[in-house]
Design a protein around this ligand. Structure first.
Ligand SMILES: [Fe+2]
Ligand SMILES: [Fe+2]
Length: 142
């Protein structure tokens, strides 16, 4: 897949649940900020930025899991494992950046791919569940 700057959440990947979509867009906006601040393809204060981003992503995952719990979503446990796996991978990526002493645009793209991955492989399944259970109206304004 080719990535163009600014990075964007494809319309087809919008869940229709207001807070979740806003959070996805907010996370992607941070990544665009990192790309914009790149000098010679590297991000000078990557440690601080990526640490803050991972914690922001963790909050997003927590709020998603709360909504899923409220909706009685049977796939919650699997989804939460997916979230954990994603955070572990990004923490390992940050470690790799630390050991090589720099982060570049490619690392920001990896963060983006992880968000897209969770939306496409997991978040949209939750939406399918809400639709099938006729619960979308109840949750779309969340
Ligand atoms: Fe999400
Ligand atoms: Fe998710």
């Amino acid at each position: 897949m080719n990535f163009v700057s600014p990075l964007k959440l494809p319309v087809a990947f919008e869940t229709g649940i207001s807070s979740i979509d806003q959070e996805h867009k907010g996370l992607i906006a941070y990544l665009n900020g990192y790309l914009a601040s790149c000098e010679h393809s590297t991000i000078s204060n990557f440690d601080e930025l990526f640490t803050a981003f991972i914690s922001e992503l963790e909050h997003h995952f927590e709020s998603e899991e709360m909504i899923m719990q409220e909706a009685g979503y049977p796939g919650l446990e699997k989804h939460a494992r997916h979230h954990q796996h994603c955070l572990d991978e990004l923490r390992r990526l940050l470690e790799r950046c630390r050991s090589r002493g720099y982060a570049g645009t490619g690392d920001v793209i990896t963060f983006f791919q992880k968000i897209i991955d969770d939306v496409s492989k997991a978040d949209l399944r939750f939406v399918d569940y809400l639709m099938a259970e006729d619960k979308m109206t109840e949750f779309k304004a969340r």
